[in-house]
Write a protein that binds this ligand. Structure first.
Ligand code: FAD
Length: 321
C-alpha cells in the first residue's frame, strides 16, 4: 500500500502547491508507515521531477504524451486512477486548485472513495477514525469530516500546509497509462495568457480592493502596494461587475476562493459573500474608513481611515525597508 500524490505543473514547472501536497502527503505516509508515490502528467524535466525528492517523494511516475499537453479533466482523472490502482494507493492527495477541484470528485467516483475537498489540516488517524478538517459552505465554516471508505481522496487547499524538508532520492519511472479516446472529447487547442501577474489562487499575499476605491482610475495605489509586496491583486464582485477590474480577480462565494498568508482588504465592506472566499487566509488586514464595516470583525489587524491617504504611506514604508 502507498500514498499517491498528484503534482500539477504549469509549462513544465511545478507550482508551489505541488510541493505543498507532496510535503502533506509525505507526513500522512510517514504516519501510516507507507511509501509516497508522486504522479506527474505532461512534459516535465528530470531535474524538476527530482526536486520532489526535497519533500519526501520515494517514487515518481512520469506520464507524457503529445495528447496530454493541456489539462483534460477526464483523461487526467483516468490516468491518476490507473496509477492509484497500480500502486495500491489507499490515500490519494491533490491540490484543491482549479484543476484539482475538477479531478478530485472524478477520481473519488472512479475509486469508490470518500472525498475531503478543501482540506486545511492533516487528518487525525487512529485505528477507528480518519478525520479531517475542511472548509464547508463556500468557506463560511469548517467541518470535521470522517472518511470511512477504504480508499480516501484528499484535495488540500493551497497555502494551508507548511513545507517540511525530507530529502529522498526518488526513483523516476515512466508510467504507460492507457489513454482512452472517450476521455478526449474536448481538446484544448490554444492557451492565450492574458497576464503575467502572480496567479491569484497560489499567491501568498493578496492586495484586494473594493468599491471604496471609487473607480478604476484609482487602482494604481492597489497595484503599487501589490508590487512592493510581491502580491497578487484581487477585488470584490461589484468592482469586477462594473468592469473596473477583470473577472478573474473577483474573490468570494461566486468568485475565486483564496487562502494566502496575508490578505489586505482595502475599501471592501466585508459582506458574507466576499468573506466566503477569504476566510481561510492566515492573516487579514482591513483598511476601511467606516469603523463599523463588518470586515473588521474577522480582521487580525484593522486600520480605520481613508485608503487614499493610508495605502500610499504603507507602500512607501515597505519600499524604504
Ligand atoms: P461596498 O459594500 O460598497 O463597500 C465599500 C466599502 O468601502 C465600505 O465599507 C466603505 O466604508 C469603504 N470605503 C469607502 N470609501 C473609502 C475610503 N476612501 N477609504 C477606505 N474605505 C472606504 N461580493 C463579493 O465580493 N464576492 C462575491 O463572490 C459575491 N458573491 C455574491 C453572491 C450573491 C448571490 C450576492 C447576492 C452577492 C454577492 N456579492 C459578492 C456581493 C456582496 O454582497 C457585496 O455587495 C459586495 O461584496 C460589496 O462589495 P464592496 O465591499 O466592494 O462594496
Amino acid at each position: 500500500m502507498s500514498v499517491l500524490v498528484f503534482v500539477e505543473n504549469i509549462e513544465g514547472k511545478f507550482k508551489k502547491s505541488a510541493f505543498e501536497v507532496v510535503s502533506y502527503a509525505k507526513t500522512i505516509a510517514n504516519t501510516l508507515n507507507q511509501k509516497l508515490t508522486a504522479i506527474s502528467i505532461g512534459d516535465v524535466s528530470d531535474t524538476a521531477l527530482e526536486s520532489l525528492g526535497k519533500y519526501g517523494a520515494n517514487k515518481i511516475l512520469n506520464v507524457n504524451s503529445e495528447k496530454l499537453k493541456s489539462f483534460i479533466n477526464q483523461a487526467y482523472a483516468s490516468i491518476i486512477t490507473q496509477a492509484a490502482k497500480q500502486e495500491e494507493a489507499t490515500i490519494i492527495v491533490l491540490s484543491n486548485s482549479f484543476s484539482g477541484k475538477g479531478l478530485a470528485p472524478r477520481i473519488a467516483a472512479k475509486m469508490e472513495a470518500g472525498l475531503a475537498d478543501g482540506a486545511v489540516g492533516l487528518p487525525e488517524i487512529n485505528e477507528n477514525n480518519f478525520r479531517i478538517k475542511k472548509t464547508a459552505f463556500s468557506g463560511k465554516a469548517f467541518a470535521l469530516t470522517e472518511l470511512t471508505s477504504v480508499i480516501k481522496v484528499i484535495a488540500l487547499n493551497p497555502n494551508s500546509f507548511e513545507l517540511r524538508d525530507e530529502i529522498t532520492t526518488p526513483e523516476i519511472t515512466t508510467f504507460e497509462a492507457d489513454l482512452h479516446s472517450q476521455d478526449f472529447n474536448t481538446i484544448v487547442k490554444e492557451i492565450v495568457r492574458t497576464t503575467d501577474k502572480i496567479s491569484l489562487p497560489d499567491a501568498e499575499i493578496v492586495v484586494s480592493g473594493g468599491r471604496g476605491l471609487k473607480g478604476p482610475e484609482n487602482w494604481g495605489i492597489i497595484e503599487d502596494l501589490a508590487n512592493a509586496l510581491g502580491a497578487a491583486t484581487a477585488c470584490s464582485k461589484p468592482v469586477s461587475d462594473a468592469g473596473w477590474r477583470p473577472h478573474e480577480e473577483h474573490v468570494g462565494q461566486t468568485g475565486i476562493a483564496v487562502s494566502p498568508n496575508l490578505y489586505i482588504a482595502i475599501g471592501i465592506s466585508g459582506a458574507i459573500q466576499h468573506l466566503a472566499g477569504v476566510s481561510s487566509s492566515k492573516t487579514i488586514v482591513v483598511i476601511n474608513k467606516d469603523p463599523e464595516a463588518p470586515f473588521f470583525k474577522v480582521a487580525d489587524y484593522g486600520i480605520v481611515g481613508d485608503a487614499f491617504e493610508i495605502v500610499p504611506k504603507i507602500t512607501s514604508a515597505i519600499k524604504a525597508l
